[in-house]
Design a binder for this molecule. Sequence first.
Ligand SMILES: [Zn+2]
Length: 86
Amino acid sequence: MVHGGSDRLLAAFLAGDLDPAVARRWKEHLRECERCRHAVREDRDGRRAARLLRRPAPPGLAARVCFAVEMAAAGRAAAPWQAGAG
Ligand SMILES: [Zn+2]
């Protein structure tokens, strides 16, 4: 497979949209091509990170954040993000 112009193939492969025969050839290409392998790895890492970010907050987090904000507000005349506004 020719490497040049493979970005669209790469995108289709990552989306799972490749024809099985093309996908097989693409995987063979990945074994030989460091650049495309790297792109696939980066995409997968990015998707994994995005999945982690979409996880719902653990139970009790909102209450802990509220408590921390109240403690900070009680300890200072103004919270750091309010000081020096303007
Ligand atoms: Zn390549």
